[in-house]
Write a new protein. Structure first.
Length: 190
């Protein structure tokens, strides 16, 4: 039996794309003035299609509403800032990670530090995976080895300026492991 009920196309998370050449001037200001928590990807200018041809440069935008919205309502908002197409997103975290192709090593990689966040959205909190913390700690340990760093403050100073992902790990939960590593490294060098 087939149901004739209309499906409820409502969601809290939606995505669209913006092409720089067809977006209105100041499109990110328009987006910001909507006061909707959202993320804008770095410019995807290195994506390649299946035939090896570079795709037209574009931005991905992920909007996160506090309550459910209809697809039609969000499409109208997207038009205001030049969004092309609009789709409900099943996983905000998954799509946020897609903004930089974090889980797609076969695709062009983009820096999470280049993602722009609006209206209080926190990109690093959105994309955080437990395995990312362990990878960041591995990277910090290797960085300390490569650069002969044995002072914790030197690593924190570097991370606070150059590596937001490392800095967050150090602030949240990775300090103990890294400090113990640096302490034992210092002892072994004596």
């Amino acid at each position: 039996m087939v149901s004739n009920e209309k499906k409820d196309f409502r969601s809290r998370n939606f995505a669209t794309m913006v092409y720089p050449e067809s977006a209105p001037d100041g499109w990110t200001d328009i987006l910001q003035n909507l006061s909707v928590p959202c993320f804008v990807s770095p410019l995807h200018d290195s994506d390649v299609d299946d035939d090896g041809v570079i795709k037209k440069a574009h931005y991905h935008v992920l909007m996160k509403f506090e309550g459910k919205k209809s697809l039609d309502n969000v499409r109208e908002l997207c038009k205001k800032f030049g969004g092309v197409g609009c789709e409900a997103v099943q996983s905000a975290r998954g799509y946020a990670r897609y903004l930089c192709h974090l889980d797609n090593p076969e695709k062009a990689q983009y820096s999470p530090e280049d993602v722009r966040a609006f209206a209080g959205a926190d990109y690093y909190a959105e994309i955080e995976n437990p395995t990312d913390k362990y990878q960041a700690i591995r990277e910090m340990i290797q960085f300390c080895k490569d650069n002969k760093i044995v002072v914790y403050a030197d690593l924190v100073d570097y991370a606070s300026v150059h590596r937001e992902d490392w800095f967050r790990v150090l602030c949240d939960s990775g300090t103990y492991v890294v400090k113990e590593y640096l302490k034992s490294r210092t002892w072994s060098l004596k």
